[in-house]
Design a protein around this ligand. Structure first.
Ligand code: MG
Length: 405
């Protein structure tokens, strides 16, 4: 077996016997740099003080004080870029939900282990971890506040655009602006690598303003733009500052564009924690004629009554519920529940991440209003929009033909 002595591993478990057993198993698997912690809080202190993350963390779910679930959230918040393996004696259902929670927090989950840990299962996961090395390295970029300020100053953030189309007749409703960092050394950097940092460093308002300005400039060269709507992702943090949206509205107004050209998307979980200020700001946006959508629906546990308090006109169902929805199972149940919720509150429903033709047909036939996803188009640079628009009619008719076949 290849020697992985360069890899740093943390084991977090309140049970000393488990810790020692796991550490000895890892040493046998050529992972000799193992640090053990009985207290999750201590790990966070170490992570905050150290320069660089461990490569892999084994995390027990049941611990007194800070439990594994809170630890997962905190790892996500600090942008932990290594791998995570959950270890627990709990039921499979609880372990699976915890793994899903890791994904929601964008923590790179390698897998789960049931206690008592079986050597074969551990070997398999370590093999998977090694083959995921590339992914882990990719997330290791940790940009400083100066990197972000410089990127904003030099306008290195650019928009890609993904179309949203009517499932009924193929009409292009608009495009979602998706920010990318055109990094001079690293190439195109995706938002999961920097948005949490921009938020943490306090520059999210500046980034959103740049996204809006770029979208306005790009929009000017799109054919038939009067009928199209631009979707802009808004951070909840921007809704805490009462003056921010006024500023955005001034930018839009100064460019002679109408509020009807814009729709703001707000991610579900974040919107409902403290709703006083956001409720006022979002309601005012609707009064002015802007569109509002609840984004990535299904990734948090919403209070549905609160959802009704916000004037959303559109609900974007998260891709993980859309994928293989035509095959039934939990995704279908969630889709059906979401569809009836959207109807009850008079919201349009948008399926995110539509990739398979079977899912497209199923969604269309069950009354889903709009779709976005690779089946329609991947996010594209502004220069590709006109040519995509020109061929879309034909692409849509092919999808429709398949339906009749
Ligand atoms: Mg969005």
């Amino acid at each position: 077996m290849k020697n992985d002595s360069g890899k740093k591993v943390y084991i977090v478990d309140d049970d000393l016997f488990s810790l020692k057993l796991m550490a000895s198993l890892l040493v046998r698997h050529d992972f000799p740099v193992v640090e053990i912690y009985q207290d999750a809080k201590l790990v966070l202190d170490v992570l905050a003080a150290e320069d660089g993350f461990p490569d892999l963390v084994f995390l027990d779910l049941n611990m007194p004080g800070m439990d594994g679930l809170e630890m997962i959230r905190r790892l996500g918040e600090c942008g932990y870029s290594g791998g995570l393996i959950l270890v627990s004696g709990q039921s499979e259902r609880i372990i699976n939900s915890s793994a899903e929670l890791s994904r929601v927090h964008q923590v790179n989950i390698i897998g789960t282990l049931k206690k008592p840990v079986n050597t074969d299962a551990l070997s398999k996961l370590l093999g998977k971890f090694k083959s995921h090395g590339e992914v882990v390295v990719k997330r290791e970029c940790h940009y400083s506040v100066d990197d972000i300020i410089s990127a904003l100053e030099h306008k290195q953030f650019i928009n890609y655009y993904q179309p949203k189309v009517s499932m009924k007749d193929g009409t292009v409703k608009g495009f979602e602006a998706l920010v990318r960092w055109a990094h001079p050394e690293h190439g195109l950097v995706y938002p999961d690598q920097f948005i949490y940092l921009v938020e943490r460093y306090g520059y999210i308002d500046d980034l959103t303003k740049l996204v809006v300005k770029n979208a306005i400039d790009d929009f000017k060269v799109i054919g038939g733009r009067d009928k199209l709507q631009l979707s802009i992702n808004l951070s909840m943090l921007s809704l805490i500052n009462p003056g921010f949206m006024d500023e955005v509205c001034r930018i839009i107004d100064a460019e002679g564009m109408s509020p009807h050209h814009f729709l703001f998307e707000i991610t579900e979980g974040k919107v409902l924690d403290d709703k006083r200020q956001p409720l006022e700001i979002l309601t005012r946006l609707r009064l002015r004629g802007f569109g509002l959508a609840i984004d990535d629906f299904g990734t948090a546990y919403s209070n549905l009554d609160s959802l009704n308090d916000f004037p959303f006109e559109e609900l974007k169902l998260d891709r993980k519920f859309v994928h293989n929805v035509s095959q039934g199972g939990v995704n279908l149940e969630f889709y059906n529940a979401t569809l009836s919720l959207a109807r009850r509150y008079a919201m349009n429903i948008v399926a995110e991440g539509v990739e398979h033709h079977e899912d497209w047909l199923f969604l269309k036939n069950t009354g889903c209003d709009f779709a976005q996803g690779y089946l329609i188009a991947r996010p594209m640079p502004m220069n590709d929009i006109n040519s995509w628009l020109m061929q879309w009619k034909e692409q849509f008719s092919i999808i429709s033909l398949k339906q009749r076949g």
